[in-house]
Design a binder for this molecule. Structure first.
Ligand code: PEP
Ligand code: MG
Length: 599
């Protein structure tokens, strides 16, 4: 009988989100090992077994490294380096030998004791990054353990070759990056995707899945209990669902969706190298929104003209120790370097409202314990620029890190949620102070890094000239502009039906911002969700928008739409829409324009 399980879907920008194949279950990762005492005369033998196991795994990782394609994503090599480093750590390779000698126990037992010891130390470190590395330590030790038990290297057995034309979907408790690489390198095994019981959106498994271009569903508890070897399974990474033994009618639908995804991706990929232009030859910038440094690859892969919005708050969330200047610099510089001179707009911290810091991190900023995490109106509370201005050290640290990254790429600073001109002025003086501090430290940065502002509060959109005079560029955050114009909490599902992006008030504020920006020769982008909706491309273009910033997966579709549009027809649509006062009527106008046959 057909059944379904849910987890976290990981889609890689360039690959289809659906995978259909035969399940191959990978053996549980924990090994049953025997623990026993030894006699002193056996110490040398056990130590030799340990040495041999470590050598086998070292050789195995080195061998894998030689297979990494020169154009493979940087993470692939980074994982191998990390695992090699863990393997060479004296805590792991020397200590077990001492345990064998001193406690007279077998090699497996010594390794298990030491593994738990090291993991305990890692877990006690007050740093999310180090804590999450315990998974890597366990994966490395597991390989050594396998080599110890079998006396051979720990390379996982290759799955059976499925029937002609069929692909495999791996189902595992956990999948080490090295194992994924091992499978990916073997041409005879056609892996379509994988499912794991552990791991989340930002786990190493997820990062590897994205860089290898394999759809995945992670964190599916009981996956291995619910699926039998050889079962036909469908994985939908967009919805995070795993369908087991689908009914024939569902399978046909999934096959059709997969075929359509493959075809449209092939067609869209062909557009990657083409400059985004309208049919009448007007150039437009298509930029990408990213949340983590690793996402820059998706942006490049989609042929984006730069990063239009780097939401830096994701570096600060879910951790007790906030990132210091160096850690932030590394993250920003990584993106700036990856984009090779293309602009990278880094938004200063937008926490508050639904993006909260942990209690411990807040205490680190001096916020009293017990202070409410969510105020009664969090979206109207201490958020974004208000937060940064309230915590000068936090703000200055970030500004210095961003400025430093400007020495390795084309960096711009974007300030969220401005409502008052004095907030712009205060921000500019903070930027000046951060520059001074770097100068005193003789640290390199580009002195011309422009500072721009997000227009996402109606007050700013309605007093725009004062903002334009002080800022070098503007970016319309339509997600918040809708929320604040219509007084709809964007996180409250009970009022979600009133969140209407086609409300005339919202459209007038957008059009006005684009018009005043153009008049003052201040570049204006849209970086809210509206920029990536292909049904709205013509309307925004008609309002005069020339910079669209969106999720990387939307860039090529918007480009495709752009090629079919002319700015003159678009301007007529925009002026008709701006004369209308009913969102239903506006929607119909847009639908008619979308379905209008190309002239
Ligand atoms: C927006 O408000 O439109 C925006 C891009 O910012 P965020 O969604 O991160 O608030
Ligand atoms: Mg916003």
């Amino acid at each position: 009988m057909s059944s379904e399980l849910a987890g976290v879907g990981i889609v890689s920008g360039s690959s289809p989100s659906i995978a259909i194949g035969r399940a191959h279950l990978l053996a549980p990762s924990e090994l049953e090992t025997r623990h026993y005492s030894i006699e002193r005369k056996d110490v040398l033998h056990e130590v030799a077994r340990l040495n041999n196991a470590f050598s086998l795994v070292r050789a195995e990782i080195d061998e894998l490294a030689t297979h990494v394609a020169p154009d493979a994503p940087g993470e692939v090599r980074a994982f191998l380096d990390l695992h090699r480093m863990i393997l060479d750590d004296p805590l792991l390779c020397d200590e077990p030998r001492d345990l064998v000698r001193n406690r007279l126990i077998n090699a497996e037992w010594a390794l298990t004791i030491q593994l738990e010891q090291v993991c305990k130390q890692f877990e006690a470190i007050d740093d999310e990054y180090f804590r999450s590395r315990t998974q890597d330590v366990r994966q490395v030790v597991e390989r050594v353990m396998k080599a110890l038990v079998s006396g051979r290297n720990s390379t996982m057995a290759l799955p059976p070759k499925p029937a002609d034309g069929e692909r495999l979907i791996l189902i595992a408790r956990d999948l080490a990056p090295t194992d994924m690489l091992h499978l990916k390198e073997r041409a005879e095994v056609d892996v379509a995707g994988f499912v794991t019981e552990l791991g989340g959106r930002n786990s190493h498994t997820a990062i590897m899945a994205r860089s290898l271009g394999l759809p995945a569903v992670l964190g599916v508890s009981n996956a291995r209990e619910s699926v039998a070897e050889g079962d036909l399974v469908v994985l939908d990474a967009e919805t995070g669902r795993l369908r087991i033994r689908p009914e024939p009618t569902d399978l046909t639908l999934y096959r059709q969706r997969l075929r359509a995804q493959v075809e449209s991706r092939i067609a869209l990929r062909k557009l990657k190298g083409r400059l985004p232009r309208t049919k009448d030859g007007i150039a437009v910038d298509l930029l990408a929104n990213i949340e983590l440094p690793e996402d820059a690859r998706d942006a490049l892969d989609a042929g984006a003209d730069g990063i239009g919005l780097f939401r830096t708050e994701f570096l600060f969330m879910n951790r007790d120790q906030l990132p210091d200047e160096d850690e932030q610099y590394e993250a920003y510089a990584k993106v700036a370097r990856a984009m090779k001179g293309k602009p990278v707009v880094i938004r200063t911290l937008d926490v508050g409202a639904d993006k909260v810091l942990t209690d411990k991190a807040r205490r680190g900023l001096g916020i009293a314990a017990g202070a409410p995490t969510i105020e009664s109106n969090p979206a109207l509370g201490l958020r974004a620029i208000r937060y940064c201005l309230a915590y000068p050290d936090l703000f200055l640290t970030q500004l210095r890190a961003i400025l430093r990254a400007s020495s390795v790429g084309t960096v711009r600073i974007l300030v969220p949620m401005l409502a008052h001109v004095h907030e712009v002025e205060q921000t500019l003086s903070f930027v000046a102070r951060a520059r001074e501090q770097l100068k005193e430290r003789k640290v390199k940065y580009d002195a011309r890094v422009p500072v721009g502002g997000m227009i996402e509060v109606p007050a700013a959109a309605l007093s725009l000239p004062a903002f334009v005079r002080r800022l070098k560029f503007l970016s319309l955050g339509t997600n918040d502009l809708i929320q604040y114009t219509l007084a709809i909490d964007r996180a409250d599902s009970s009022v979600a039906h009133l969140y209407e992006h086609l409300h005339p008030a919202v459209l007038h504020l957008i059009a006005r911002t684009i018009r005043i920006g153009a008049k003052a020769r201040t570049p204006v982008a849209v970086c809210g969700e509206m920029a990536g909706e292909i049904d709205l491309t013509e309307l925004l273009l008609g309002m005069g928008l020339r910079q669209f910033s969106m999720h990387p997966s939307q860039v090529l579709s918007v480009k495709e739409r752009l090629f079919t549009l002319s700015t003159k027809t678009a301007a007529k649509l925009a002026s008709r829409v701006l004369r209308a006062d009913d969102p239903v009527e506006i929607r119909k106008m847009i639908e008619r324009a979308v379905t209008r046959p190309a002239s």
